[in-house]
Design a protein around this ligand. Structure first.
Ligand code: KE4
Length: 423
């Protein structure tokens, strides 16, 4: 597999873009290789600038649950583009997407479109503070909620990959209201509430953590968070940017049957176009401008082409809920193949169509156990897969995403490659 063209493009990119990428994890820094510059992707396949076609388990880090360039989605986005790209005015498509979201996730009786998951989380946190009149936010080590200043504390995803637990440029003052708990550790949450219950505005959580690698909630953990936030008058925010429409038609809140006060969405909600959403209880959302005093705005929010992608993606998922069983089964087949082949030398966490292979023989239940993984072994694993035409995230602390476009043959091939690997 040659990467000559990617190497050339990477050199050019580095001259004009920091690190040659527009998002750090894409730089392949953690795996010590040249990032593949992609020219196209269709279904389960992605093709790079050197013409290498690979089976894609990144799926743009979540949006491509249907596979890339689904014909119906492309048709609707094309139609929207032909009628103009952006108006700075309300359009019917925004109403349609908000209605579809409320249908699939009844807790989101009111929602606001923004342009990224980061924007959605930033806005939801501001709303929670305004609604409760409190300042503190509880987050979990290893969970990533986008790059807004106050949440870049022991963040996951790229912040973990580059081992920058706290970003430079964030004044201490901006994070003093962020309290850190340990994922799956109810005592760590109880301690924070014991000390700060009158000032905690909200707990924000990835209902399935997927930014320290995939870490499922222990039984009862989410119900505990629901209970303790209710008890102390704090809000529960589910950051479903990854799990939304991924784990079930109604996301993790349906999958685990827990109703949060606010939810943030991204990725699948935009079908691959730049969309973030924050929404939830009407009495909270009504604080958002222009109705209420919480200001949030965006030139391209609710962009018609992006709305078209989100609407069609959610319609296809709604029409065919059998997809969730299909993609869970495929992910489980890969997880089982790795467990069998690696004979206990790795920890495989799989929830629905999300999975991660951790290079540690201990169970991975939180940030502290995730960071014990041997990232050098992960880099070798990544290179072994890439050489065999399997494209997975270039970081131990990301998830593998299985789509409905992955064929049984591709899953069987992936399992065979896993079996043949020297673990
Ligand atoms: P964006 O601002 O990247 O659209 O969303 C931020 C975000 C918020 N919440 C959760 C749970 C997320 O997973 C994310 C973004 N996810 C990463 C992948 N781990 C995006 C990939 C990247 O940073 O390039």
């Amino acid at each position: 597999m040659t990467d000559i063209k990617s190497k050339e493009l990477f050199e050019a990119a580095k001259r004009r873009i920091p690190g040659g990428v527009n998002s750090p994890v894409r730089a392949f820094g953690a795996v010590g290789k040249t990032p593949r510059f992609i020219v196209s992707a269709h279904g389960s396949r992605i093709t790079d600038a050197d013409g290498n076609e690979m089976i894609d388990y990144v799926g743009s880090y979540g949006p491509a649950i249907l596979g890339h360039a689904h014909p119906r989605v492309i048709e609707k986005v094309t139609q929207a583009c032909e009628d103009g790209l952006s108006f700075g005015a309300p359009t019917e498509r925004e109403v349609r997407l908000a209605e579809l979201i409320a249908e699939q996730m009844p807790s989101m009786e009111s929602s606001r479109m923004v342009n990224s998951g980061t924007e959605a989380v930033m806005s939801a946190v501001r709303l929670a503070r305004a609604f409760t009149g409190r300042e503190k936010i509880v987050k979990f080590k290893g969970c990533y909620h986008g790059h807004s200043d106050g949440l870049l504390v022991k963040a996951g995803s790229g912040a973990m990959t580059a081992s920058i637990p706290d970003s430079a440029g964030v004044p201490l003052d901006f994070t003093k209201h962020t309290l850190l708990a340990r994922y799956n550790d109810t005592d760590s949450v109880k301690e924070l509430f014991a000390g700060h219950h009158e000032s905690i505005a909200a707990v924000i959580v990835e209902p399935v953590a997927a930014n320290m690698g995939v870490v499922p909630p222990m039984p009862g953990f989410l119900a505990f968070l629901r209970e303790i936030t209710k008890k102390y008058g704090a809000l529960l925010i589910f950051d479903e940017v990854i799990t939304g429409f991924r784990l079930a038609p109604g996301g993790a809140q349906e999958y685990f049957d827990i109703t949060p006060d606010l939810t943030t969405l991204g990725k699948i909600a935009g079908g691959g176009m730049p969309v973030g959403v924050y929404g939830g209880r009407r009495d909270i959302m009504e604080l958002a401008a222009p109705l209420g005093p919480v200001y949030q705005a965006g030139t391209l929010s609710g962009n018609p082409a992006a709305m078209a992608a989100g609407i069609e993606t959610l319609l296809i998922l709604k029409e065919d809920p059998g997809i969730y069983g299909r993609i869970e089964k495929k992910a489980r087949q890969i997880a089982d193949a790795v467990r069998k082949a690696a004979k206990g030398s790795v920890c495989v966490n799989q929830v629905g169509s999300l999975l991660s292979v951790f290079f540690t023989d201990a169970a991975v239940r939180d940030y502290e156990s995730a960071v014990l993984s041997d990232t050098r072994r992960f880099a070798d694993y990544f290179g072994y897969l890439l050489e065999r035409g399997i494209y997975t995230a270039p970081s131990q602390f990301e998830a593998m995403f299985v789509s409905d476009a992955h064929t049984d043959g591709e899953i069987a091939y992936t399992c065979r490659v896993m079996r043949e690997m020297k673990w």
